[in-house]
Design a protein around this ligand. Structure first.
Ligand SMILES: [Zn+2]
Ligand SMILES: [Zn+2]
Length: 150
């Protein structure tokens, strides 16, 4: 497997810095109501990575928040500036979801989910990557990423 150049990111104040030492699995934008509330914005962009690839420095605080699945997620914030860096979902063990825009070089979403809740003034030009709710991962993620989570 060819390895990406290492990905790096940080919070707004510089207390938290991290590296991703492997290829990201998948990047998606979510327009659901939970994500709107937790960002205070119209959607979130998450990049899923393997937890073993994630190296972080600087103190973070965390909190449990609800999800549509009912299993919840654990969100991690810089203790100084409060920027939300990543989260762990109850349903995806061994993986974490990074807030894509905390990366130095953000990644373009490969899917938009919960488009049914999208704010009406946002137009997504590529309709082929839009999903009303959730997609079928087996049909949507690249084979290389699916192999890594098996
Ligand atoms: Zn910070
Ligand atoms: Zn969401």
């Amino acid at each position: 497997m060819k390895k990406n150049h290492e990905l790096k990111g940080s919070c707004a104040c510089g207390n938290v810095k991290y590296k991703v030492e492997g290829n990201p699995l998948f990047t998606q934008a979510c327009h659901c109501k939970n994500c709107k509330l937790s960002t205070g914005s119209s959607f979130v962009i998450h990049t899923m990575i393997m937890e073993e690839d994630f190296k972080i420095s600087g103190d973070v605080a965390s909190i449990d928040l609800p999800t549509g699945s009912g299993k919840g997620y654990h969100a991690y914030f810089c203790i100084i500036c409060g920027v939300y860096i990543f989260c762990r979902y109850g349903i995806s063990k061994g993986r974490i979801a990074l807030r894509t825009q905390t990366l130095e070089k953000p990644i373009k979403p490969q899917a938009h989910i919960f488009v049914k809740d999208k704010d009406p003034w946002i137009e997504i030009s590529d309709k082929s990557i839009c999903h009303d709710k959730m997609y079928d991962r087996e049909k949507t993620w690249p084979a290389e990423s699916l192999n890594r989570i098996r």
